[in-house]
Design a protein around this ligand. Structure first.
Ligand code: KIV
Ligand code: ZN
Length: 512
């Protein structure tokens, strides 16, 4: 097995994504996670580009152990000096010098002749080499460069001491067969090619960054530059998670290995997305929200029977707990049955058919059907709708200098139950009185009160959330008296818990 070096440039090219800027603390947090992920090289920034970048690169160089810490520099002495000053703290450091080699860049951007570009590249590499042993040279816009000139530069910089030579497709113009051919020709034409690691850095303007990188690896490169979530200039760079999971999933085909701990992929992707504010497209390969979600009934049936029918890699391999079965209009009986079993319901064959047809009707109107929707379908259809406990009277005394006391009367099966209690305020007191009557305590997760109409006699709406056996039950109550609304909301959530339980027990009896 041959090793592919994973060079992560999330903090440099990735941070060049419009709107993705990061401060030093955030960059350090990402660098720490990249190190846990197992990347070989972290390109931490472009130190000469700003004081902030210099600070971030030097902080990372001081703190990160393990990966090589690399800084980018133009082929200018002053850039290389600043770059080295930032990375010198890292035990393993690298100066990455770049200079464009394509006719269009040399003519319009650099305004330099090919010979001048050649000499500048050699001088820059020699200068960087005088500072550190690990020097990378990038021939910017290599994919659109003339092959003869590109090969001349590659040979020259290797002679000058470059230990890695990078062949970027800077504008994402190439296609896999063509890019693979460029790499293959460089290997066959440059006599000293084996004295350096040959690398690629592909942009995604035509959506081919990952494919081009893999094609380059097949044709001999042993370093791939990439970013988490494919961040980067314009349409981004090749995405690290795609490259690594391709090489992993198709190991037998490629025979390549990387140092990446794939179970850290999901965590890293989420961290980068939350710190940069760059949301991950839902259907993004590997790390998108839908990458391990199944909606179509045929797929759900297949996955429930054997995951590999529709999953070529396991969700666990990228650090997710499991794949998900999303209930929607395409879902079938198998997925629906699994869901209701997970929710603790046991239905007879007839009840199941009725619930399934109600679910299909709802799914036609609603994009996603959530657990609460299914609970409501089942409760509405089969559980008795009546309130198990009803509020029959409420008396509360409270004030700035008196201890709050709540006296509550509840009706159940025509019988009246009474209790009083005192707590931290009138709402807490009344909830304690209810619990005394029912004979159990409930875990209140959330309580909110809002006005649902205007004026002094506005109706108040209270919403409570109670946790019971790991599930959340919501209750709602309205009244012009906010304390009564609060009591009704609590009772309605408790009634839901009790109904679900009675319903589950009743069905368990039917099965027994
Ligand atoms: O896209 C590019 O060519 C670059 C170089 C600096 C490597 O980002
Ligand atoms: Zn780039």
């Amino acid at each position: 097995m041959e090793k592919i070096i994973i060079f992560d440039t999330t903090l440099r090219d990735g941070e060049q994504s419009p709107g993705a800027s990061l401060n030093t603390k955030q960059k350090l947090e990402i660098a720490t996670q990249l190190s846990a992920l197992g990347v070989d090289v972290i390109e931490a920034g472009f130190p000469a580009s700003s004081v902030g970048d210099f600070e971030a690169v030097s902080t990372i160089a001081k703190k990160i152990k393990g990966p090589v810490v690399c800084g980018l520099a133009r082929a200018l002495k002053k850039d290389i000096d600043v770059c080295f000053d930032a990375i010198k703290y890292a035990k393993k450091n690298r100066v990455h010098v770049f200079l464009a080699t394509s006719p269009i860049h040399m003519k319009y951007k650099l305004k330099m002749s090919p010979d001048d570009v050649f000499s500048r590249a050699i001088d820059a590499v020699k200068y960087a080499k005088s500072k550190t042993a690990d020097v990378e040279f990038s021939a910017e816009d290599a994919a659109r460069s003339e092959l003869d000139f590109l090969c001349r530069v590659v040979e020259g910089v290797i002679d000058a001491g470059a230990t890695t030579v990078n062949i970027p497709d800077t504008v994402g113009y190439s296609v896999p067969s063509e890019f693979g051919e460029i790499i293959s020709r460089i290997f066959s034409r440059v006599p000293n090619i084996h004295k350096a690691v040959i690398s690629v850095h592909c942009h995604n303007d035509l959506g081919l960054a990952t494919a081009n990188s893999i094609s380059a690896a097949i044709n001999g490169v042993r370093q791939i530059e990439c970013t988490i979530n494919g961040l980067g200039e314009r349409a981004g760079n090749a995405s690290l998670e795609e490259i690594v999971m391709i090489l992993n999933t198709r190991k037998k085909l490629f025979n390549f290995e990387t140092n990446i701990k794939t179970t850290e992929i999901s965590k890293t992707s989420k961290l980068v997305s939350s710190l940069t504010g760059m949301l991950i497209q839902q259907n993004k390969a590997i790390v998108g929200g839908n990458a391990f979600a199944h909606e179509a009934g045929i797929h759900q049936h297949g996955v429930l029977a054997k995951a590999q029918t529709y999953e070529i890699m396991t969700p666990q391999s990228i650090g997710l707990k499991s794949s998900s079965i999303v209930l929607g209009k395409h879902s079938g009986r198998h997925a629906f049955e699994k869901k209701i079993t997970e929710l603790g319901f046991k239905l007879t064959g007839k009840e199941f058919e009725k619930a399934f047809s109600d679910f299909k009707l709802l799914a036609d109107k609603k994009k996603n059907v959530y657990d609460e929707d299914i609970e409501a379908i089942i409760e509405n259809e089969f559980a008795e709708e009546k309130q198990i406990y009803e509020l029959s009277a409420l008396f509360i005394s409270s004030g700035s200098s008196v201890k709050p006391v709540a006296k509550i009367e509840l009706k159940k099966d025509k019988k009246i139950f009474f209790a009083d209690a005192s707590g931290d305020g009138p709402v807490d007191s009344s909830y304690k009185a209810i619990e005394k009557i029912i004979g159990r305590k409930f875990k209140l997760l959330d309580y909110s009160l809002k006005s649902v109409s205007i004026g002094k006699d506005a109706v108040g709406e209270a919403i409570v959330k109670i946790e019971h056996k790991g599930k959340i039950f919501v209750g709602r109550g309205t009244s012009t008296d906010v304390l009564e609304a609060s009591v009704k909301a609590y009772l309605s959530a408790i009634n839901r818990i009790l109904r679900t339980q009675i319903f589950a027990d009743k069905n368990a009896d039917i099965r027994r």
